[in-house]
Design a protein around this ligand. Structure first.
Ligand code: CAA
Length: 293
């Protein structure tokens, strides 16, 4: 089956990014948000990103218009009824995602493939909210979606092999390197990334080095684009805490357990860049200052 029309549910940071790359890759794309304000915010973000690409000379003004022309926003879930593929990128909560997929299952024809952008929930558990687990995959993108070159394509034991190959081909058409992963909690990236990020917090807790020195060590010593504590602020401390709890619950291994400092920072609302403070203070977003913890 050729994918022509793509639906994206959720126009937050991830959903907007996915909608942008889908429209840029030539797919007719419809993105749904719950209310007009959130939808407007998401679409404006995409338009800003496209305008920046024109300024930099990466795309022409004509191409920008074509991409925008392929993209439509809606607040009505039924508008996704004629999509060949629907990608879910809503809040990372199992009941909300299962409810959404049960609704989509009623609205969309049998041929429609469903995908979730979840980073930590079990794809199998989402797929069983529908009557089409054979047409259900994980498509896990990375923030910022237009920049990061990877998509994890996740299969469950129930995923049809042809559907899976089609989704790998779809990821490649988006300009990403599509890696194949099984439905194991955290897939490939978070299986490796989460213990690393949690270890950086443990190193800080144990006084191995300061915030700046831990970040500079991994940035300059290992060539990572961001140090681990900066990356934690970027991903969100609440998000990382949530993922670590799900991974710990699944594997019962210390390497996935949230360090006490992470829990306390989340309790205090110091959730990283989006909250204005995490390991760094973002009062001046151009010049983050390491916190005294
Ligand atoms: N949207 C679109 N483009 C963006 C962007 C955004 N939000 N942020 C940066 N860019 C673009 C810039 O325009 C710039 O483009 P050009 O090279 O064409 O000029 C390019 O990205 C580099 O940006 P900057 O020069 O401003 O800054 P940088 O070199 O520090 O790069 C970064 C920024 C790409 C975010 C880089 O620091 C990076 O790769 N960081 C690591 C990000 C990462 O690890 N993400 C994965 C997180 S884990 C996850 O998402 C999944 C999960 O399950 C938790």
């Amino acid at each position: 089956m050729a994918i022509e029309k793509v639906g994206v549910v959720g126009c937050g940071l991830m959903g907007a990014g996915i909608a942008q790359v889908s429209a840029a890759a030539g797919f007719s794309t419809i993105v749904r948000e719950v209310g007009p304000e959130l939808l407007d915010k998401g679409i404006k973000g995409i338009e800003k990103n496209l305008a920046r690409l024109v300024e930099k000379g990466t795309i022409t003004d004509v191409a920008k218009g074509e991409v925008r022309g392929r993209l439509r926003g809606t607040t009505v879930i039924e508008d996704l009824k004629d999509c060949d593929l629907v990608i879910e990128a809503i809040i990372e909560q199992l009941p909300a995602k299962r409810d959404l997929f049960a609704t989509l299952d009623r609205i969309c024809p049998e041929k429609t493939i469903f995908a979730s952008n979840t980073s930590s929930l079990t794809i199998t558990e989402l797929a069983t909210a529908t009557k089409r687990p054979q047409r259900f995959v994980g498509l896990h993108f990375f923030n910022p979606v237009p920049v990061m070159k990877l998509v994890e394509v996740v299969r469950t034991i129930a995923t049809d092999a042809t559907v899976y190959d089609e989704m790998v081909a779809f990821g490649t058409k988006l300009g990403k390197t599509a890696v194949r992963a099984n439905d194991s909690t955290g897939f490939i990236v978070n299986r490796l990334l989460v213990p690393y990020l949690l270890d950086a917090i443990r190193a800080l807790e144990e006084g191995v080095g300061s915030i700046e020195d831990i970040d500079n060590s991994m940035k300059l010593g290992c060539g990572y684009p961001m140090g681990p504590l900066t990356l934690l602020d970027f991903v969100g401390l609440d998000t990382t805490y949530y993922i670590s709890q799900i991974m710990f619950d699944e594997f019962k291994e210390r390497r996935f357990a949230a360090p006490p400092l992470l829990k306390r920072m989340v309790l205090a609302g110091w959730n990283g860049r989006k909250a204005g403070r995490g390991f760094y203070d973002y009062s001046d977003p151009q010049k983050p200052v390491a916190q005294k913890l």
